[in-house]
Design a protein around this ligand. Sequence first.
Ligand code: NI
Length: 149
Amino acid sequence: MALRTIRTYGDELLRKKSKVVDKIDDRILTLIEDMKETMYHANGVGLAAPQVGILKRVVVIDVGDGPISLINPEIIETSGSYIDEEGCLSIPGKEGAVERPKYVTVKALNENGEEVIIKGEDLLARAFCHEIDHLNGVLFVDKIIEGDE
Ligand code: NI
């Protein structure tokens, strides 16, 4: 495993759309392990592959219940909404209030290529949305509620 460098705000790569993973090979598995290590090292709760310079649809999340790795994640259902402060490892020192769904169901592939469906509530739901936004070149600062800049 190795730490990877986290790209920061202003890096054009963070604004690009990531590509679907069509084969879960050793490169993808190494990427996931490195992303977990990088996320923990930076005390983050989530990290998306474009944040380490790789435009692939891969995210890792740990909101305190153990690591979750998602390959080609898609949001299939949401409900409710709430507003909370959000931050991002690519935008150090910045926080802002963002409205997100309270419940989010995600479909993805795990590291074995099996389809998984995971339901998230509150912080986990928020992390799903935030990290999947990264795969589409969207950053939380695009969504900060007016007046909380
Ligand atoms: Ni982020």
